[in-house]
Ligand binder design. Structure first.
Ligand code: BES
Ligand code: MN
Ligand code: ZN
Length: 498
C-alpha cells in the first residue's frame, strides 16, 4: 500500500466504495450511529444481530450490499468486541480486518467514528488509519506472479465533530507509509540488502534537513571501532556505519539532541558460534532495529518535527570465513574498553557498543537504541511487547509513554550493578556473553550500559515484536518485519518537541 489520502466528512457526504462501522458485541442497544444506519438499511442490522449472524466479535466482518439506500455501495460491519474493552489495538485490528475484506474492491473506504466508544475521536481516527495501512501490507513483493490487490486509495472518516481530525489523521497516514518501508527493509533478502545497500537506501531519504552519510570499513577502523569492524570482517559485504542527522529549522529544546541507535545485522549466521539451520533465514530480519531508525528519521523529517536528532545505524553481516573473529579474541571498542569474545553470535551488542559511542560523540544528549538483541527476550515477552531498559527513571518513563500511545508496546526490565558480574571477564574489561543460562536480555543491556556514555540512555530489545514468525492475529497479519519502533520513535520525537 502506497500513499493514502485522508478526508473527514459529515455522515452521508460523498460516495465511498465501502463504508465500515465499528460494531461491539453484546445484547446492549446499538450505538446512535449503528441505529441510524440500521434505520437506513430497513432494520437489516438488527435482523442479522437477532439471527446471530452479526455478533461483533473482534476481527470479524459482515458485508451488506446496498441498493440506493445509502451513498456507499457496501457496508462493512466491523466487530470490535466488548464495548468497554475497545482500545487502539482493537480498532487497528478491526480496521485491518476491514482492509482485507475490501481488498478486492479497493478505492475509497469510509469509516464511521463512534463517540460512544471509550476512545477519543482522534484516537479512533489514528487507529483506523494505522490498522488499514499496516493491515494491507504485503510481504510478497519478491513473487513474480504477485496478484496486485485493488488498494484502498482514500480513507474518509465520518464524524459530526471533525475538528483537527483531518490533519492529525493525515500525519498518521504519513507515518504508516514509513512503517511499511521499515517492513520492506526487514523483509528484503540478505543477498539484496547488504550493509552497503542499506546505506544506499538510507541515502535515498536525504533531504534539505536530513543529512545521510555512511562510513566504510576503512573509516570504521580509523575511528577505532574494533567491535563493529570485527563483526563485519568475515563477509565480503563489509560493514557500514550509517549516520543520519536531522536539523529542524527551529528546535523547541535547543540543548537537546535525541540520539537514535539501531542494530542492523543484515544477516546473522552467528559467525564461528554458528546458529542451527532451523529458521536461520529469519535472521535477515536482524536489521529491523536499524530499519526502524532509518524509516523513523524519514518520517520525522517529513513531519518537520522541531527536535534535533542524530541517528547511528551499525550495519554488518555476521558470517563465517577464514577471516572471522573468534571466541577468545579480545577486541578494543571505540571507547577504549576491551571485550573478550566468548560467543560470536552475541554480535549485536558489539556493533551497538561502537554505534552508541559514535552517537555521543556526535552530541546526543538522550540515547535510545533499538535492537533484535536476544532470543530470550522473545521467549520472555513473545511477539507483542519489547523489553525496555534505561539508566534513568525519567527517560524510562518518557520512552514508555511513547511506546504505549504509539502501539509499539514496551515493558520495563531492570538494570542493576549486581548484574555486572555476568559480563566480568578474567582477561579483558568485559566479555560479550556468559555460559550461565540466566537473564541474557539483562546481561546484554548491562553490556551496552558500559558503552552508553554520560547521560540518559534507553535500550529496546525488540527480538519478539520486530520480526514475526507468523501472523500475530491482530493488525500485523503477515509473517516478517513489523516496522516495530517507527511509530514509537516518531511519538517520542513529538513528545520531545513540546
Ligand atoms: N539476533 C540474535 C537474537 C535473536 C534471536 C533475535 C532470535 C530474534 C530472534 C542475536 O544476535 C543472538 O544471536 N543472540 C544470542 C546471544 C547469545 C549467543 C548470548 C541469543 O540470544 O541466543
Ligand atoms: Mn547473533
Ligand atoms: Zn543478531
Amino acid at each position: 500500500m502506497g500513499e493514502v489520502t485522508i478526508e473527514v466528512k459529515a455522515p452521508g457526504e460523498g460516495e465511498p466504495d465501502s463504508l465500515a462501522v465499528p460494531f461491539p458485541t453484546g445484547s446492549g442497544p446499538f450505538s446512535n450511529g449503528a441505529r441510524e444506519l440500521d434505520g437506513l438499511l430497513a432494520g437489516r442490522l438488527q435482523r442479522l444481530a437477532d439471527t446471530g449472524e452479526l455478533k461483533g466479535e473482534l476481527g470479524t466482518t459482515v458485508v451488506l450490499h446496498t441498493d440506493g439506500e445509502l451513498n456507499a455501495r457496501r457496508v462493512v460491519v466491523a466487530g470490535v468486541g466488548k464495548r468497554d474493552e475497545v482500545d487502539a489495538d482493537t480498532l487497528r485490528t478491526a480496521a485491518a480486518a476491514v482492509a482485507h475484506r475490501v481488498a478486492d474492491v479497493g478505492g475509497t473506504l469510509g469509516w464511521g467514528l463512534d463517540p460512544s466508544l471509550p476512545l477519543s475521536l482522534e484516537e479512533q481516527a489514528r487507529a483506523i488509519v494505522e490498522g488499514t495501512m499496516l493491515g494491507s501490507y504485503s510481504p510478497a513483493r519478491w513473487k513474480t506472479q504477485e496478484q496486485p490487490e485493488a488498494r484502498v486509495e482514500k480513507i474518509v472518516l465520518y464524524t459530526t465533530d471533525p475538528d483537527g481530525l483531518a490533519e492529525s489523521a493525515s500525519r498518521i497516514a504519513g507515518v504508516g507509509k514509513w512503517v511499511n518501508l521499515a517492513r520492506d527493509l526487514a523483509n528484503s533478502p540478505p543477498n539484496e540488502l547488504t550493509p552497503a545497500a542499506l546505506a544506499t537506501r538510507a541515502a535515498e531519504l536525504a533531504g534539505p534537513r536530513l543529512e545521510v552519510e555512511a562510513l566504510d570499513p576503512g573509516q570504521i577502523d580509523e575511528l577505532g571501532m574494533g567491535a563493529l569492524s570485527a563483526v563485519g570482517r568475515a563477509s565480503s559485504n563489509g560493514p557500514r556505519l550509517i549516520v543520519l542527522r536531522y536539523e529542524p529549522a527551529r528546535a523547541t529544546r535547543k540543548e537537546l539532541v535525541l540520539g537514535l541507535v539501531g542494530k542492523a545485522i543484515t544477516f546473522d549466521a552467528g559467525g564461528i558460534s554458528l546458529k542451527p539451520a532451523l529458521k536461520m533465514q529469519d535472521m535477515k530480519g536482524d536489521m529491523a532495529g536499524g530499519a526502524a531508525v532509518i524509516a523513523a528519521m524519514a518520517a520525522v523529517a517529513e513531519l518537520e518535527l522541531p527536535v534535533r536528532i542524530v541517528a547511528v545505524v551499525a550495519a554488518a553481516e555476521n558470517l563465517v570465513s577464514g577471516d572471522s573473529f573468534r571466541p577468545g579474541d579480545i577486541l578494543r571498542a571505540a571507547n577504549g574498553k576491551t571485550i573478550e569474545i566468548t560467543n560470536t553470535d552475541a554480535e549485536g551488542r558489539l556493533v551497538l557498543a561502537d554505534a552508541l559511542w559514535y552517537a555521543r560523540r556526535e552530541g546526543a544528549t538522550h540515547l535510545l537504541d533499538l535492537a533484535t538483541l536476544t532470543g530470550a527476550m522473545e521467549l520472555a515477552l513473545g511477539d507483542f511487547y519489547a523489553g525496555l531498559f534505561a539508566n534513568e527513571e525519567d527517560w524510562l518513563q518518557e520512552v514508555l509513554a511513547a511506546a504505549k500511545t504509539s502501539g509499539d508496546h514496551a515493558w520495563p526490565f531492570p538494570l542493576h550493578p549486581r548484574y555486572r558480574r555476568y559480563v566480568d571477564s578474567s582477561f579483558a574489561d568485559l566479555k560479550n556473553s556468559s555460559d550461565l543460562r540466566q537473564g541474557s536480555p539483562v546481561l546484554a543491556a548491562e553490556f551496552l550500559r558500559e558503552f552508553s556514555g554520560e547521560g540518559p540512555w534507553a535500550h529496546i530489545d525488540m527480538a519478539g515484536p520486530g520480526f514475526l514468525e507468523r501472523s500475530r492475529g491482530d493488525y500485523l497479519t503477515q509473517r516478517g518485519g513489523t516496522g516495530y519502533g517507527v511509530r514509537l520513535i516518531v511519538e517520542l520525537a513529538q513528545r520531545l518537541s513540546r
